[in-house]
Design a protein around this ligand. Sequence first.
Ligand SMILES: [Zn+2]
Length: 80
Amino acid sequence: MATAADLIVLDTLSMLYAHGHGLNGYCRPCRGYFGVLMLVLMLERGRDCLSIDMAPLRCLGCGGGARSTASSRRRRAAQV
Ligand SMILES: [Zn+2]
């Protein structure tokens, strides 16, 4: 049985990326949905940027603020 000491907290961009996760962006006004290049985001915001309550992403469609949602690179790769 796992204990609290066994848990890995994926609270930063680098921890998400290291464990096979990424982010998608969703823009409510234009209903845009896009994948985020994690390496580029880490260069812009820093590898220790907290992924929780992160500043909005820039929407690729309209340039407005987009919410970030978690994605799994491993699961996406398995669906191909
Ligand atoms: Zn948009």
